[in-house]
Structure formats: C-alpha cells, structure tokens
Write a protein that binds this ligand. Structure first.
Ligand SMILES: *Cc1c(COP(=O)(O)O)cnc(C)c1O
Length: 317
C-alpha cells in the first residue's frame, strides 16, 4: 500500500504534525526519520536539467540557498498544518518578516500596522526600512478596524497584525480587518508566532499571509532560530496594485506553470527573488530541529494553555 500521509489533508492535525511533507518511500534509503541534507549544492545531471532547475521550471534542488530537501519538508509541514498553499523558510523570524515586507513593497510604499507589536518588527518599520523608502503607518487603536481603514492610502500594500498583541495580548478582529484589507485590494498579514496553527489558523479568519518566528513555540526547545512565511494561496496579486508581481508573472509564468503560479505567486517570488538573492536561508540542521519540535506541538501547546489557565485563576483570586 502506498504511503500517502505526507500529503493527505484529511488526516488530523496531530497526525500531520508527524507526517505532512515527508514520504519515506521517496527517500533514496527509505529513511523513516526526515534526513538532514547538509549539502550546499546538488548534482545537476545534465545541461537541460540544470537550466530547468535554475529557472524554477522544475522542482528540485540546485543550491541550498534557494531550496534544500530538509527545509522543503519543514515548508510542506507548516503549509499543511496552517491550511496554506505554500511556505518558505528563513534563517529567523525577523528574516521571514523583513523578506515578506520586501516582497510586498517598493520604495514609496507603506504597511499599516499597530504599535502593539514585536519590537523587532517595530524597529524594522520605524528605523530601517524607512531609509529605503518603505514606511510603517501606525494605527493608534488596534481594536478599531475603521482606524486601519483611515490609515490606508494608495501606496499601502498590506495590513499587518499579530494574533495576540504584544504586550497587551489583545486579539484583533481578524474578519473585520480582512474585509478592510480586501476592500483596498491588499492582503492581511498575521504574525501567528504565539498561537501556532494548533491554537489558531489565520487563513480560516481572513488572513492571506502568515509569518512565524519558528524559534518560539514551533521549535519549542530554545535550541534554534528560524522563521517561516506561509501563503493561503489565490490572492489576486495582478489586481493593479503590485507592479512587481505583474513583472514576475510575465517572466516566470510559462516556466513555473499557470496553475501553480496563480496558487502560490507570493511564495514563488519570495523564494526566487528574495531567498535566492538576499540569502537569509535557514540551515538544514535548524530545519530538522524545528521539525523535531513540531512533532510535539499539540502536546506542548495543551500544557501551555493549562499552565496559563492555572496562573489566570490564581491571579483572579
Ligand atoms: C521572536 C519574535 C519574532 C522574531 O523572531 P526571531 O526568530 O527571534 O527572529 C517575531 N515576532 C514575534 C511575535 C516574536 O515573538
């Protein structure tokens, strides 16, 4: 009987946290555990294969800055748990967030976000990216979706929030923010680091892109820095607001394939433009450690919730 647990979305969450994205039958040695492919590059076989791999007309590894078989399992696993079309891994949560914003914005563009957000993300949009013409427009009341609408202008390229606000643990009205974003033809990006897909799946509440620091609960053991970007799939990137996606689509559509391009255009460009040439790739050893962590995600998140409940009940008294 053929092994299908690597790609069966009807399986439960806890089964997919163990099996999604990896088929032992497809490994050369049938390794049951996900192997660590600690190789910088791969045999390109012949010139035709080399050309196809480098123009992304063919899935397959060329160079580990672009993609790596161990990282690929992690990317497929998080996409499965999240219910998304595709994911790209990065060397840290900040690299995932930075490259996401670079993929969305060009000089002159802005992101609308709240002040109650991870410090690194705030610094990025107040100190670093403004030097390159990309700015953050901050909403004063994170609980009012209309305050987000009021900040959107013709150069706004996304709304950005965290699943649980830092440091107030406020929960934004995701459906309302999604409607505001989509009215403006832009995506809703959610940093889901704190909840993880076990507790909250942003795509079921209107998000288009999810970013992670995998360093925290996904890995769960304090051993590894890593980041992930997951795309829901199917956002209308060719709606006139994103000239960079028009150009990318024109150049790569035939090579990548129309159906795949429409489903995962954000991830394709994120990998081919930013991962490939900015180079914030995740090490395969780190990808493997994050995969080890994800195998126990459900068990750990249940314990975290139990502990938080006990602390809350104690403080209430
Ligand atoms: C830690 C964290 C980040 C940054 O991730 P690193 O992996 O440390 O680069 C981003 N967002 C949130 C919510 C975080 O907690």
């Amino acid at each position: 009987m053929a092994f299908t647990a690597d790609r069966d979305q009807t399986l439960g969450f806890t089964t997919r946290q163990l099996h999604a994205g990896y088929n032992p039958d497809e490994d050369t040695y049938g390794s049951k555990a996900v192997p660590i492919y600690q190789s910088a590059c791969y045999s390109l076989k012949d010139i035709d294969n080399c050309i196809d791999v480098f123009k992304f007309a063919k899935e397959g590894q060329s160079y580990s800055r672009f993609e790596n078989p161990t990282n690929d399992v992690l990317e497929r696993r998080i996409a499965s748990l999240e219910g998304g079309a595709r994911a790209v891994s990065f060397g840290s949560g900040m690299a995932a967030i930075t490259n996401t914003i670079l993929n969305l914005c060009r000089a002159g563009d802005n992101i609308v976000l709240v002040k109650t957000i991870y410090g690194g993300t705030t610094s990025l949009l107040t100190g670093i990216l403004p030097q390159y013409g990309i700015t953050g427009k901050f909403v004063s009341n994170p609980d009012d979706p209309e305050a987000f609408r009021a900040q959107i202008d013709e150069h706004t390229k996304a709304l950005y929030v965290e699943c649980l606000g830092n440091p107030l643990i406020n929960v934004p009205d995701f459906e309302a923010l999604s409607a505001v974003a989509h009215d403006a033809g832009i995506p809703l990006v959610i940093d889901n680091t704190f909840a993880t897909p076990y507790l909250f799946r942003p795509f079921e509440h209107g998000a288009d892109i999810v970013v992670y620091s995998a360093t925290k609960y996904l890995c769960g053991h304090g051993t590894t820095i890593g980041g992930l970007v997951v795309e829901k799939g199917g956002f209308p990137w060719l709606n006139g607001k994103f000239p960079q996606f028009e150009a990318f689509n024109q150049k790569y559509r035939d090579w990548v394939g129309a159906e795949k391009m429409d489903r995962e255009m954000f991830s394709q460009r994120l990998r081919q433009v930013y991962l490939c040439d900015v180079g914030a790739n995740l090490s395969p050893v780190s990808a493997w450690l994050i995969l080890q962590g994800i195998e126990t995600l459900s068990l750990r998140m249940r314990e975290h919730c139990k502990n938080a409940q006990a602390v809350a009940e104690f403080l209430e008294q």
